[in-house]
Design a protein around this ligand. Structure first.
Ligand code: GTP
Ligand code: ZN
Length: 199
């Protein structure tokens, strides 16, 4: 009797569709991982470039969609979209909200921050690690497009390690620095001083 196949693929992939935007013309594909639906947004044939620009953007509904200035996410996302529309490249929109504690917990963390805790202290007080993100989908997208060399748009050295862990060479780390404002100064200071970000 033939052996039953018991493993299921971790990711379900959508078709590739057009996504015209105010920045230019993109293509889009969804990667479904359990209940999480991550996005790849990219310009046509970007994978043929010698070392295309890539941003791994962690979901931040409050910033990305509602324009919160408590963090730098909105400005980083739109800067990346603009740049990638011009130069070609890929954005992986990584749907692990709140460094993967989820939106409800992130707002509970914000409430603790309203009472004086910093980003890390608030996460820990709620019983979470400061950063709980996992990056399997990144490896999946890299494999999908046969990427071996990229320029990575990030200030976060942990993301450099993630990419190198998938045997993809980073020929350049391109910073995405956003001007501070009175609401995000503390958040940016913690990222720089306690989370190792190059800011
Ligand atoms: N738990 C928690 N998550 C937050 C907080 N502020 C922002 N985030 C989440 O942090 C993620 C963005 O991570 P950041 O550390 O700002 O930046 P990064 O993605 O590691 O690095 P860059 O590539 O340089 O942007 C998003 O998922 C946000 O929702 C917070 O106060 N608490
Ligand atoms: Zn944010």
């Amino acid at each position: 009797m033939a052996l039953m196949k018991t493993t299921t693929p971790l990711f379900e992939k959508s078709s590739i569709a057009n996504l015209p935007s105010k920045y230019g013309h993109f293509k889009i594909r969804v990667y479904k991982e359990g209940i999480q639906e991550h996005l790849a947004i990219f310009t046509e044939n970007f994978e043929l470039q010698e070392s295309p620009l890539v941003r791994i953007h962690s979901e931040c509904l409050t910033g990305d969609t509602f324009g919160s200035i408590k963090c730098d996410c909105n400005n980083q996302l739109h800067k990346a979209l603009k740049l990638i529309a011009q130069e070609g490249g890929l954005i992986i929109y990584h749907r692990q909200e709140g460094r993967n504690i989820g939106l409800l917990n992130k707002i509970n963390a914000y409430c603790l921050q309203d009472q004086g805790r910093n980003t890390i202290e608030a996460n820990v007080e709620l019983g979470f690690a400061p950063d709980q993100r996992t990056y399997d989908v990144v490896g999946e997208v890299f494999k999908d497009f046969n990427l071996t060399k990229i320029r990575l748009l990030t200030n976060n050295p942990a993301k450099v390690n993630v990419v190198e862990g998938f045997n993809v060479e980073i020929t350049e780390r391109v910073p995405v620095i956003i001007d501070p404002n009175p609401h995000n100064e503390g958040y940016l200071r913690v990222k720089k001083e306690q989370m190792g970000h190059d800011l």
